[in-house]
Design a protein around this ligand. Structure first.
Ligand code: GDP
Ligand code: MG
Length: 166
């Protein structure tokens, strides 16, 4: 299953993909992985077998609003991510959701609030985030890619949801 990870620049998309696929985290900001996607085999209990996930990273085009159709083509699931510390990334969620649905109608999607470790710098409350998830009709996860909190859960959920939709 192809999975796309979308959201404003700097929210932690590349870090999330690296964390999940390679088990590593770095603090230095590098714009992209440098390849189109990374893959990871994940056992999904409710399906009772391994699912091969192909996680696609945007090449940092998100700032220019120019993610290509190729990026979305054939995707079965999408992570819609924002950062606790970035108000603009939160406000951009409805338009990210629309963009994804335009390219991939009926895709399995989840909302992710990343960087929940940065409590002091937080500018989006859990209540607001939960309200947004209800408004967008998406399951909501709070993650800390840095400490590997809830990351596997997001992808397990997406694999299950995708499987149910088939
Ligand atoms: P992208 O532009 O969405 O791909 O974001 P990156 O993955 O490049 O991450 C941007 C910055 O946020 C990097 O410096 C990461 O190390 C940092 N970052 C990512 N996730 C977390 C997290 O959960 N907590 C903290 N404190 N920093 C994070
Ligand atoms: Mg990136």
């Amino acid at each position: 299953m192809k999975v796309v990870v979308v959201g404003n620049g700097g929210v932690g998309k590349t870090s999330m993909i690296k964390r999940f696929c390679k088990g590593v985290f770095t603090d230095d900001y590098k714009k992209t992985i440098g390849v189109d996607f990374l893959e990871k085999q994940l056992y999904v209990p409710s399906i009772g077998q391994d699912v091969q996930l192909y996680l696609w990273d945007t090449a940092g085009q998100e700032e220019f609003d120019s993610i290509t159709k190729t990026y979305y083509r054939g995707a079965g699931a999408a992570v819609l991510a924002f950062s606790t510390t970035d108000r603009a990334s939160f406000d951009a969620l409805p338009s990210w959701r629309s963009k994804v649905l335009e390219q991939c109608p009926g895709i399995a999607m989840a909302l992710v609030q990343n960087k929940v470790d940065l409590i002091e710098q937080a500018v989006v409350s859990s209540e607001e985030a939960e309200a947004m998830a209800r408004r967008l009709g998406l399951k909501f996860y709070r993650t800390c890619v840095k400490q590997d909190l809830n990351v596997t859960e997001v992808f397990t959920y997406l694999a299950e949801l995708h499987d149910r939709k088939l």
